[in-house]
Design a protein around this ligand. Structure first.
Ligand code: BTN
Length: 260
């Protein structure tokens, strides 16, 4: 991951999706890190083609980093690494605001949860860069920062919350965005250079929600019970199911929270 240290940064009042903007900006500034942040999005994108509600008060931003051909394989774990950086940034912001006893954790593979409720999500996309054959990893993060519970959509498939609801106070969104974005770029560089196994994997496991707990795993065509035991060297979920460790990839399973 060779990139210039000077970032191209845009702060928009409103846009469709910062992921789309970051991809365009990265094409125009080949080899540079780009950061696009918006106060609100009117076509925010979630995973699996879902919408992502992005009203005022949230942190909606995307970072674009150039990726070399030889690093592509390692980028499989990028969503987890981005989630790790966002998790750290959010917890630092909560700590600096004096909020105690409230901690974001990583809900595998790319959500942030507080007390088991989703407070943020990650959408990573690999797009074409500005140069022939060049690629850019666009890492979009949405965090429900100063939103009230009533601002969250009513049709969520998984219970949601906001940092304001959980921590009882408003946070500085700009500082949170910059802290998370810097962490994302730094950790993505570590991933590109050294791979996921080792420090990154350990750091993710240390912050994973429901680690060593029994959870419900939604396999699309039905639920099973499993105990989360960690992630493998590519970031796939390891869970103990019927006495055996099984490995799941992110297209296969959704973690639905604590089981019975
Ligand atoms: C998910 O949980 O489904 C992922 C949500 C990702 C939302 C963020 S907000 C900033 C960036 N721009 C988008 O359109 N999506 C991501």
């Amino acid at each position: 991951m060779v990139m210039r240290e000077d970032w191209v940064v845009r702060h928009l009042e409103v846009t469709g999706s910062t992921n789309v903007d970051a991809a365009e900006l990265a094409r125009a500034h080949d080899g540079q890190v780009v950061l696009v942040r918006a106060d609100r999005q009117d076509a925010g994108r979630g995973r699996a083609g879902r919408n992502w509600a992005s009203p005022m008060g949230g942190a909606w931003f995307s970072v674009g980093v150039p990726v070399r051909e030889t690093e592509l394989e390692r980028m499989i774990a990028a969503p987890l690494v981005v989630g790790l950086a966002a998790c750290r940034g959010v917890n630092r912001a909560l700590g600096l605001a004096g909020v105690r006893g409230v901690e974001a954790r990583i809900k595998w593979p790319n959500d942030l949860v507080i007390h088991g409720k989703k407070t943020g999500g990650v959408l990573c996309e690999l797009v074409a860069g500005g140069s022939e054959g060049g690629r850019v990893l666009v890492a979009g993060v949405g965090v429900n920062v100063n939103l009230k519970a009533a601002d969250l959509p009513g049709n969520l498939r998984f219970p949601g919350t906001t940092l304001r609801e959980a921590g009882g106070r408003e946070l500085d969104v700009s500082a949170l965005v910059m802290r998370c974005a810097r962490g994302m770029v730094r950790l993505l560089r570590v991933l590109a250079e050294r791979g996921f196994e080792g420090v990154l994997k350990e750091a993710v496991e240390a912050r994973m929600a429901w680690m060593e707990d029994d959870v419900v795993l939604d396999l699309g065509d039905g639920d099973i019970q499993g105990r989360i035991v960690g992630v493998d060297e590519s970031g796939r979920l390891k869970a103990l199911v019927d006495g055996r460790v099984k490995v799941f990839d992110s297209g296969e399973v959704r973690v639905m929270g604590r089981g019975s």
